[in-house]
Design a protein around this ligand. Sequence first.
Ligand code: KG4
Ligand code: ZN
Length: 338
Amino acid sequence: MSTISKPIILAIESSCDDTSAAVIYNGKVLSNYISSQAIHSAYGGVVPELASRDHQKAIVYVVEHALEQANVTKHDLNAIAVTRGPGLLGALLVGVSFAKALAQALDIPLIDVNHMQAHVLAHFIESPAPSFPFLCMTVSGGHTQLVLVRDYLKMEVIGQTIDDAAGEAFDKTAKLLGLPYPGGPMIDRLASEGNSDRFSFAKTNVGALDFSFSGLKTSILYFLQKELKKDERFIENNKADLAASIQKAILDMLFEKLGKAMKQESITQVAIAGGVAANKGLRKRLSEISEKNDWQCYIPQFEHCTDNAAMIAMVAHHKFLNNEFTGLDISPDPRMKL
Ligand code: KG4
Ligand code: ZN
């Protein structure tokens, strides 16, 4: 049982293509250093082998930077935290192995963190933070979830995608428009100059609070193939309108289920998390819908939407206070559930 009430924790994140380390003291983030891997854009998506190799190259200096920025040394630390999953096995392995070795060398406890729980707790890095219970829509490159958050470490997935994630829908449709990876931010930028009502695409209806995005991608693919037969410059000539219409289709699906979930759970506080929460159209629409429905909405800063270790540190802080530590024999869990 730990008697430390104001822990200093180093947190490490390496689940996908960002190597990040953060230091948290008594629940306040002192540093959050992120090294993003640029190498994947040449391949149109994250290449797992290259990701783990880049994490290996970056992890030592990323951790050193985080400690330096926080003005602490490794001997000040009370625990090491690390993302255990979900994510890419080889990428997770780099962070988990490093964290285990450091915890052992410093003889301090290890805390394993669920990456999806961390996306939700990113809301507590800033203030004002939501109060419990609230609904969080987590939309990233790997996940799309509606999470009912009852407490820091008590949350339940009440809806999720049955196929592609919302971020994947952005990235894959962007690829059809010839945009580089990751396409989400590019669609976002182009959409702000386009007419979102110009084109409409078939949507797949799935039950209850779940989502399905793979049908949208296919519908866009067929539509483009048909139009390109008539005009080979169709995409170039209509890029902004296409981006705006694609973005609208994705947002329509997200907000339909979000609205349903809010009603079903009789909740008035709503939050968004994950990389897609950086989308300007989504942020604007959430503000507008919240105002209309009298919901209180929480939209995190851009840098806390995409992968970062500050959010891992926030989960670790609460696990530390609950004495939830793990053994040094853990392995990464690429399919870790919430
Ligand atoms: O949470 P994240 O950084 O990594 C995962 O855990 O997946 O999310 C990355 C995803 C990518 O699919 C990327 O295209 C998307 O977030 N994304 C965006 C925007 N910024 C990042 N999608 C739409 N609009 C954006 N502005
Ligand atoms: Zn993520």
